[in-house]
Ligand binder design. Structure first.
Ligand SMILES: NC(=O)c1ccc[n+]([C@@H]2O[C@H](COP(=O)([O-])OP(=O)(O)OC[C@H]3O[C@@H](n4cnc5c(N)ncnc54)[C@H](OP(=O)(O)O)[C@@H]3O)[C@@H](O)[C@H]2O)c1
Length: 346
């Protein structure tokens, strides 16, 4: 059995851990925890083995938190690591553990793809470059917005060869629902949105230009994607018929905003209150001369979790994309979530 270790147990790590622990194809070794705090109770309740930094042993013992061993031991034992650490720490883990121990690893979207602290030479997007990504020893999973952009842009690129450019305005949530961080009453500017370069890693043409703003919300991101065609843009019905068939894309007509979608997921009891997908708000799609305007919301906490699961299968089993998606769909029940969302917001 392939042994998987999750390094980091925050918003993303706890979700990825839940998915891997529930997939009997993997031997789940456990999680790394750096701070002795109450998040550990969740790990104990789920029955996960907990590994900690060597230098923190006395702190964990003083506070009475149990652990199985130190992080280095778990990494030595693992075949592959999913690194879900806070932005930039993945690079440090690569230098400290993964490279010297020759361990394969998947990194998250808050790491650097370019420059001195680059963690990998490819960003994975399951809709675009799965087969290429799975051949690499180190792969970065695109962030939530980057994942959503690939999922929406690629079907258009495959269907139309007369797209000139994509322009995306990303309205980002300030913090996740479960995050205790204060949400400031301000619309914050983003000087250099990383999404543009990250997407260019797997979609070079037509060009994408991104502007991003952070708003005082905890629910989800909203994207306004404007697609410019050489001549007239296709009709709304034609566009929707393309997305109907897409995995992890739901078409909604009556959601007033991101909170409606998040509340639906919470009320349905989806794990962690996630839909794990993007939702096209079909009622506000506009076709104006040469421009198609699509608004879609992006479940920031959920969307990258099935992506990590798809990528993991590819890297360790060399499964083809259809097979990997089929298994991920079974583990996450995503087609069913999509159907329920589309029925409720029809
Ligand atoms: N939140 C989202 O919606 C979202 C969406 C897509 C991608 N991402 C990306 O996913 C990654 C994780 O984000 P997050 O939101 O899950 O962050 P988070 O909630 O702040 O969790 C980060 C975790 O990293 C742990 N950590 C600290 N030092 C570490 C180290 N050296 N190695 C490994 N883990 C370490 C922390 O452990 P302790 O709690 O024990 O201190 C914490 O649990 C980032 O790259 C982020 O950009 C996040």
């Amino acid at each position: 059995m392939v042994k998987v270790f999750i390094n980091g147990f925050g918003t993303i790590g706890r979700r990825v851990a839940y998915a891997v622990a529930n997939d009997k194809e993997f031997e789940f070794l456990g999680i790394a925890k750096y701070t002795p705090d109450d998040r550990l109770r969740e790990a104990y309740e789920q029955g996960y083995d907990v590994y900690i930094p060597e230098e923190s042993i006395s702190k964990f013992k003083e506070k009475g938190y149990k652990f199985t061993g130190v992080i280095r031991e778990a990494i030595e034992d693992a075949d592959i690591i999913i690194d879900a650490s806070s932005d930039g720490k993945g690079y440090e883990n690569k230098i400290k553990y993964y490279l010297p121990l020759s361990k394969r690893a998947i990194f998250q979207g808050g790491e650097d793809r370019y420059g001195e602290r680059s963690v990998a030479d490819i960003i994975h997007n399951s809709r675009v470059n799965y087969s290429k990504a799975i051949e690499h020893m180190y792969v970065m999973q695109g962030s939530c917005n980057v994942t959503g952009l690939g999922r929406i842009m690629q079907p258009l690129i495959e269907n139309y060869d007369d797209i000139i450019r994509f322009d995306s305005i990303i309205i980002r949530r300030a913090a996740d629902l479960e995050n205790s961080k204060e949400v400031k009453d301000s619309i914050e500017l983003t000087r250099h949105p990383h999404h543009q370069d990250d997407v260019r890693d797997f979609i070079k043409e037509p060009p994408l230009y991104v502007d991003a703003y952070k708003v005082p919300s905890r629910m989800m991101h909203m994207h306004q994607l404007n697609v410019r065609f050489k001549e007239r843009a296709p009709s709304k019905d034609e566009i929707l018929s393309i997305y109907e068939k897409e995995f992890g894309v739901a078409i909604l007509n009556s959601a007033k905003g991101t909170a409606d979608v998040r509340k639906f997921a919470l009320e349905k009891g989806y794990p962690f209150g996630d839909t794990c997908m993007v939702h096209i708000h079909a009622d506000v799609i506009r076709v104006q001369d040469d421009t198609l305007k699509i608004a879609y919301s992006d479940d920031q906490t959920g969307i990258v979790v099935p992506e990590n699961h798809i990528l993991l299968q590819g890297m360790v089993f060399k499964r083809d994309r259809e097979g990997a998606i089929k298994r991920t769909d079974m583990i996450f029940n995503l087609s069913n979530r999509k159907r329920e969302l589309m029925e409720f917001f029809k």
